[in-house]
Design a protein around this ligand. Structure first.
Ligand code: LMR
Length: 335
């Protein structure tokens, strides 16, 4: 009698455990995608398109929640959150991986890439693809590169030549290369999270910044920066990343579908980013809040010459082979 009760109880427990497992198996995989910019920007649009396509094609299997504008995590803690699997997708700017790999600093070198098309070519070539795996030791899996655009220099003063920037304090992303880029022209810099840039510029804590048009417009930075010089001196692009333990735990078939969606979204983001930035450039001009300064070829060359010493400073950390591979993607190959 006692044995029968025990057998029944064990059976009931086993059944409960199994049905619990089934229930768990039926729960959709949750992907929280956190980022720091507005929905209207290339990255913001990419995150929303990813959510839309996943909902259409993987309904019931995967659920995506998008948190823009640093509402879930900001620059300071989003990569830690990813490594702790508190968030599953991020697309930080390439300047924000400094503490995990030095190789990605290649993207911050001033005047290395002539334009976004050159950046695109580098990202597609073997060396660029290889960099997607440069943070594996930290459980960070690089899934794709997403464009934003070329950076412009904004300030409280009109900047035509590098000496105009002397003594100003610029907000930078947490990158040693960017720190050096401003110190070689006699300017100061301060690392601040993106969410603090507007207030820091408004209060005068910093007097300048560098960003693509889409970030300037969507965060109203042009309303607190009376001058924007069209320098196109560097790129601000992203790496879509996941926690590698999480990513490779996704059942193969679902992961393959997610990767196909990522390819599609990447194509859409990268095709549209330049046009979106140009539209925001025009909106800034139309607003009349900030004067957009075009540089003459000689002035642009002066910026290039003044910032060029930064390359040599970081050559050993980044790797000569990486820099060389990046140089060859410009139409006019420059040494
Ligand atoms: C910045 O901090 O200026 C950018 O990296 C923000 C972003 O994600 O575009």
């Amino acid at each position: 009698m006692f044995n029968t009760i025990r057998a029944l109880a064990t059976g009931a427990l086993a059944l409960a455990a199994l049905s619990c497992q089934v229930a768990l198996a039926e729960e959709p995989i949750l992907i929280k995608f956190s980022h720091v910019v507005a929905d209207s920007t290339p990255k913001g649009q990419g995150a929303l398109l990813f959510k839309k396509l996943v909902e259409e094609r993987l309904e019931g299997k995967v659920k995506v929640e998008v948190y823009p504008n640093s509402t879930l995590y900001g620059d300071a803690n989003e990569l830690d959150a990813l490594r702790n699997n508190e968030v599953q997708l991020l697309a930080p700017s390439l300047a924000k991986f400094d503490q995990y790999t030095k190789q990605l600093q290649v993207f911050d070198l001033p005047f290395l890439f002539d334009d976004l098309e050159a950046v695109n070519r580098f990202q597609k070539r073997a060396k660029g693809r290889q960099l997607l795996r440069s943070m594996e030791a930290h459980d960070i899996a690089g899934l794709a590169y997403w464009h934003n655009g070329m950076k412009q220099l904004s300030a409280t003063r009109a900047l035509h030549v590098p000496t105009d920037a002397k003594g100003l304090n610029f907000r930078i992303q947490p990158s040693a290369v960017l720190e050096s880029q401003f110190s070689v022209i006699g300017a100061n810099s301060q690392k601040l999270p993106f969410s603090e840039v507007f207030d820091a510029l408004k209060s005068g804590k910093v007097q300048g910044a560098e960003n693509p048009w889409s970030n300037i417009y969507s965060k109203k930075l042009h309303e607190v920066q009376p001058f924007i010089s069209e320098t196109n001196h560097g790129v601000l692009d992203y790496m879509l990343v996941s926690n590698s333990r999480f990513w490779y735990s996704i059942p193969h078939q679902v992961r393959t579908e997610l990767e196909a969606i990522i390819d599609e979204v990447t194509y859409a983001v990268n095709k549209q980013a330049e046009a979106d930035n140009q539209a925001d450039r025009q909106r800034i001009i139309d607003s009349g809040r900030s004067q957009v300064i075009s540089l003459t070829p000689e002035q642009r060359q002066a910026w290039r010459d003044a910032m060029r010493p930064v390359w040599a400073q970081f050559e050993d950390q980044i790797g000569k082979d990486v820099i060389k591979a990046a140089q060859t993607v410009n139409r006019k190959h420059r040494e």
